[in-house]
Design a protein around this ligand. Structure first.
Ligand SMILES: Cc1cc2nc3c(=O)[nH]c(=O)nc-3n(C[C@H](O)[C@H](O)[C@H](O)COP(=O)(O)OP(=O)(O)OC[C@H]3O[C@@H](n4cnc5c(N)ncnc54)[C@H](O)[C@@H]3O)c2cc1C
Length: 391
């Protein structure tokens, strides 16, 4: 039997995983990317800690994803399978205090990517850079390289061109119109895992870059604890990203921040009433200098000097988001190829020889390693579907 030919467009974690597995199974795999190197966004994700996945048990893990196809991909190739894969290519990992999983200290993101690319090259993967995807049929994919047009026929085509943020990494989302022209339903791109721009923020600029730890955020009935970071336009951080989904629904209203979730409002009032002044009372409760400054900037003198009002502010300061951050600046996007356009095997319904994986698909998950895990798991699921499909 002749070797089956697979073309993969996009050398991010999703495409690389699909290709590695197929190479291991003896397929002829050609990878294409319009950038001059692979995995640019994967490397950006490594800035300030390369959070590759999370260690939590599978039930809680699955709840982080909003679509059953991705959940079933995670079940096929879960966090342990991804960690084992990394070990196989020589990358040891460790679990951080928050349960997030990182490469062991001293291993740089580029070393993770290089180890993976070395494995692909050793298996015989053929790499084509500076190839821009411009067209396809069920048998052939077309690229431009400079002024040259290049056609490549395939038995299977895997599309793994990512979402539409951080365009400089190559994830431009330009593929969307090409797919829509072929009647593949795509959803509009929207910011996910985004900071909030907030009303009346100018006075807060002096605190830019400060982290406020262990807060609880509430938006409608959604609650999340964690750390938030003050920026020059609003707030960033995992609890903020968590409520993006709720905010996107109606894009109005406010969220509240409880700066002292470990104490009740009555306990706080009592401490404040007994203290010589309010700042002293806040310090006694271990409220950080940043939170004290923050509250001072956002309250009148009268409010700050009232124990009752100050306690209420500490337990539930209101914030009115004006918008999410511009799409190009966010960690991930939703939108892209509709989950209605694919089968549960990640195969395009209208083009059974073509499969889609990674952030190119319209699914959502929070930060914390869940995005990269969703991408490699869907890449793995595509490789399994192709293996099952092989005639
Ligand atoms: C700042 C930042 C921090 C992040 N931190 C984390 C984190 O800590 N943990 C986590 O899990 N995730 C994180 N992510 C998200 C994660 O990096 C992405 O979800 C993941 O890289 C998506 O993988 P992918 O393979 O689907 O697509 P991508 O990694 O986006 O790769 C797509 C590839 O397709 C190529 N391509 C696109 N269009 C074309 C075209 N027309 N022709 C040819 N090639 C094309 C691109 O050049 C690119 O190489 C972060 C992202 C950002 C931006």
């Amino acid at each position: 039997m002749s070797q089956k030919k697979v073309c993969i467009v996009g050398m991010g974690p999703a495409g690389l995983m699909a290709g590695t597995i197929l190479l291991e199974q003896g397929f002829e795999v050609q990878f294409f990317d319009h950038k001059k190197a692979a995995g640019r966004k994967f490397l950006v994700a490594g800035h300030g800690g390369f959070n590759l996945t999370h260690s939590e048990p599978i039930e809680a893990f699955l709840e982080k994803y909003n679509h059953q196809f991705i959940q079933s991909a995670i079940q096929q190739f879960d966090n342990s399978a991804w960690i084992n894969f990394l070990e196989k290519i020589g990358i040891q990992t460790y679990i951080g205090s928050s349960g997030k999983i990182f490469p062991v200290k001293g291993i740089k993101p580029i070393e993770v990517l290089s180890a993976w690319m070395d494995r692909i090259k050793k298996l015989g993967g053929i790499l084509h850079f500076s190839h821009k995807f411009i067209d396809f049929s069920d048998k052939e994919v077309v690229f431009t390289k400079g002024i040259q047009e290049i056609k490549c026929d395939f038995d299977y085509l895997i599309l793994a061109m990512g979402g539409s943020s951080w365009k400089k990494t190559g994830s431009t989302g330009e593929w969307k119109t090409i797919l829509e022209d072929k009647k593949i339903v795509c959803e509009p791109f929207e910011a996910s895992n985004s900071g909030f721009e907030l009303e009346n923020w100018n006075e807060i600029n002096s605190l830019e870059g400060q982290t406020i730890k262990n807060i609880e955020i509430t938006y409608n009935s959604t609650k999340k604890t964690g750390d938030i970071v003050i920026s020059n336009y609003g707030l960033e951080g995992a609890p903020i990203y968590f409520i993006n989904k709720e905010f996107r629904k109606d894009r109005e209203g406010y969220f509240t921040v409880d700066f002292k979730p470990s104490k009740t409002i009555e306990e706080i009032k009592n401490v404040l009433k007994k203290s010589k002044n309010k700042t002293d009372g806040l310090r006694k409760m271990n409220v950080s200098k940043t939170v004290i400054q923050f509250i001072k900037l956002r309250t009148t003198k009268e409010e700050y000097s009232s124990s009752n009002i100050l306690a209420e502010i500490l337990k539930g300061m209101k914030f009115y988001p004006t918008s999410l951050r511009p799409i190009d600046e966010v960690i991930s996007t939703i939108g892209g190829v509709s989950m209605e356009s694919i089968t549960n095997e990640f195969q395009l319904i209208n083009y059974p020889t073509i499969f889609v994986c990674g952030e190119m698909l319209d699914w959502d998950a929070p930060t914390g390693g869940y995005l990269i895990q969703g991408c490699v798991s869907s890449g793995y699921a595509v490789s399994t579907s192709i293996l099952n499909n092989k005639k």
